[in-house]
Design a binder for this molecule. Structure first.
Ligand code: FVH
Length: 309
């Protein structure tokens, strides 16, 4: 069945597959903005609020994807996307699928290849926001894949938050999203570690957060400088905190005194120690990046150079 076109009785709408916390918010913001929404959810009971909100709820996924030219999948986990879309590839032919499910770069590329094989236009998205943020500029949504689909449906995408397009490689949007989330979770783990250290002596986490947050916020000002060093591939430049100076032994001993799990801190010390052992102790802290970016290659290089000295 060909997708509805703009000549249909109303402007084309959007089908949302998945009415979990995020999918429900995606649908609700579109309805609030006056856009027609068709929706499907594996468990129908979760979708009653949408029907009350003016959504067109379909119990069959085939009917749901056949109702609109744009189909948005917001499911969990990634495997459920293939399980859900696979059986309706025929109905999706000629339509656009935007996958907002958290997906790895290679999973996105696999799905894009599947979509192309079935004449489906594919755009990968990544939502850097919680459901409550949707509809505000603070909600960041990254997209990569079909530039035509991004531009054609921009009026829909921009309802949800601040949209950005990261190029035709569908893997880029999820890659940037997951890389940023990686930084976030490392930051959280570091805060939890510190809170555990002071908590062992009775300081409440709230007081520690009051002290630590301004400091951690200020430290993010240094990220651009570290990035410049990494991009220059020259870690010997002046004004950098050296790897030797960055030795974390004091932090590890203090954590042990506080009987705090040292695994996260020890993993950072391992990166530093590896580079120092390879003869780079005088280089800047950013050089620990080399032990992260391609462990096998960096380790071989580091040992070879260290062994040559
Ligand atoms: N919630 C958040 O804060 C984060 C923010 C960043 C982006 N994520 C991603 O958004 C995707 C959906 O997340 P969610 O929070 O909506 O997740 P749930 O509330 O658990 O809803 C999951 C929906 O997926 C459906 N589902 C699960 N398995 C299957 C399956 N095998 N076949 C079909 N549908 C499936 C589930 O259906 P049901 O359990 O209600 O029947 C929900 O509709 C996700 O990628 C986040 O990483 C959200």
């Amino acid at each position: 069945m060909p997708p509805p076109s703009a000549t249909d009785h109303q402007s084309p709408g959007t089908t949302i597959l998945g009415l979990g916390a995020m999918g429900s918010a995606l649908a609700a913001r579109l309805l609030d903005a006056g856009h027609p929404v068709t929706a499907w959810n594996r468990t129908p009971g979760r979708a009653t609020a949408l029907a009350e909100h003016g959504g067109d709820l379909r119990t069959s996924i085939s009917a749901a994807v056949s109702a609109q030219p744009l189909v948005v999948a917001c499911l969990l986990p990634y495997s459920s996307v293939r399980e859900t879309l696979g059986p309706v590839a025929g109905e999706l032919r000629g339509r656009t699928v935007i996958n907002l499910t958290t997906t790895t770069p290679n999973e996105a590329r696999e799905l894009a290849a599947w979509a192309t094989a079935h004449e489906i236009t594919y755009l990968q998205g990544a939502i850097l926001a919680v459901p409550e943020m949707l509809g505000s500029p603070a909600a960041q949504l990254f997209y990569s894949g079909s530039p035509q689909a991004y531009e054609q449906h921009r009026h829909i995408l921009d309802v949800w938050g601040t949209s950005s397009y990261d190029g035709a490689d569908v893997g880029m949007a999820p890659l940037i999203d997951l890389a940023m989330l990686s930084g976030m979770y490392h930051l959280f783990a570091g805060f939890f570690h510190g809170a555990a250290m002071v908590g062992a002596d009775g300081m409440r986490a709230a007081h520690f957060a009051h002290r630590a947050a301004p400091f951690l916020r200020a430290m993010t000002e240094g990220l651009a400088g570290y990035a410049e060093t990494i991009d220059s591939d020259d870690y010997s430049g002046p004004g950098q905190q050296s790897l030797e100076f960055s030795d974390l032994s004091d932090l590890l001993r203090a954590s042990e005194e506080q009987q705090v799990n040292t695994s996260t801190l020890a993993s950072i010390q391992a990166l530093i120690s590896e580079q120092v052992a390879a003869g780079h102790g005088g280089d800047g802290l950013a050089r620990s990046y080399e032990s992260l970016r391609a462990p096998a290659r960096a380790r071989a290089q580091a040992v070879a150079i260290g062994g040559a000295r």
